[in-house]
Design a binder for this molecule. Structure first.
Ligand SMILES: Cc1cc2nc3c(=O)[nH]c(=O)nc-3n(C[C@H](O)[C@H](O)[C@H](O)COP(=O)(O)O)c2cc1C
Length: 302
């Protein structure tokens, strides 16, 4: 049975990775699961310099989901290379590094630094974070800026580029096409949805940042639709994510057109989820007599 897929030049031994920001930098989960069983490890977003993130509380549970406003806390490029890269570079599976910046030039500089590092599997451009006012949100929801970011990163690296799309647009198709035309090798769909929750006793917002990004099972049907729409618009592969809790969810994303999938919020309450998803995809293939996981991709019967 062949479970391997390709995301541009990046070969994954199975189609399951983890979603950026829900799996630390790999090491936090290394005692809980065998990282080498994943299709790839995707790390929390990194910009050039360290970032402290937002004041707490930064997360709040809502019905079937989570709202977070972490504020892209991170160690910066140098901090990441010093503290986390020594473990990641020893893994048998590729590392996807999620990067961001507040200017086109910063994205390109971070991409250049990781290109020079050697051994990185792929770069994922977070152009879609709704939490940073001066940052990502502008890039992922503006066709020109999106193209500029992808073009600038494309110029400085031959590493596979995955553009992580913002769901906060009227129609995803033109944005997917813009990323493809600018040289993106793949798309990741989707990032979180802008959201807010209020404590009615104190009348205070439940997050210190007031608003945050909604993730988890409640966004899954909306994410499936985005993947399906984007898959009609582009030829490049899509990594589907949004509320995946089990193999059935992952297979649904693949039937909608995703080549690979990422487990996100579920890592927080069940760190074994990605392992269970991989095993469940295998079982589904056995049950249906499929020899290659690629037979599932885009197989929704309309
Ligand atoms: C706490 C938290 C932190 C996140 N941090 C990032 C990040 O740094 N970069 C990024 O591109 N996406 C980030 N995301 C978005 C996830 O990668 C993913 O797109 C989203 O959570 C949808 O998947 P899920 O519903 O399975 O969690 C974060 C999500 C959560 C819940």
């Amino acid at each position: 049975m062949n479970l391997s897929v390709k995301i541009g030049k990046l070969r994954m031994q199975n189609p399951v990775t983890v979603a950026s920001g829900t799996f630390g930098y790999g090491e936090e989960y290394a005692r809980l699961i065998d990282l080498n069983q994943l299709g790839a490890v995707t790390v929390k977003g990194i910009r050039l310099n360290p970032v402290r993130g937002n004041p707490t509380p930064r997360t709040v549970e809502v019905a079937s989901g989570l709202i977070n406003a972490i504020g892209l806390q991170g160690p910066g490029v140098d901090g990441f290379i010093k503290k986390y890269w020594p473990l990641l570079k020893t893994l048998k599976v590729p590392t996807i590094i999620n990067i961001w910046g507040t200017t086109v030039e910063e994205y390109a500089e971070v991409a250049r630094r990781f290109d020079a590092l050697g051994g990185v599997g792929a770069l994922e451009l977070n152009v879609s974070c709704p939490n940073i006012k001066a940052g990502g949100a502008q890039f992922g929801t503006d066709l020109k800026l999106l193209a500029q970011v992808v073009t600038a990163c494309r110029k400085v690296t031959k590493l596979p580029l995955i553009t992580k799309m913002s769901p906060n647009v009227v129609s995803i198709a033109p944005f997917a096409k813009a990323a493809e035309d600018a040289g993106s090798d793949a798309l990741a769909i989707t990032n979180s949805y802008p959201a807010m929750a209020i404590d009615i006793e104190t009348r205070r917002p439940k997050l210190a940042n007031v608003t945050g990004g909604l993730t988890g099972p409640c966004i899954k049907p909306i994410a499936i639709k985005l993947v399906w729409e984007a898959a009609q618009a582009v030829k490049i592969p899509i990594i589907g994510m949004g509320g995946i809790q089990n193999a059935a969810d992952a297979i649904e994303f693949m039937m909608a057109g995703a080549t690979a999938v990422a487990v996100g919020t579920a890592n927080f309450y069940e760190p074994q989820t990605a392992m269970k998803v991989i095993a469940g995809i295998r079982e589904f293939m056995e049950k249906c007599g499929l020899k290659d996981v690629k037979e599932i991709i885009g197989s929704v019967a309309l």
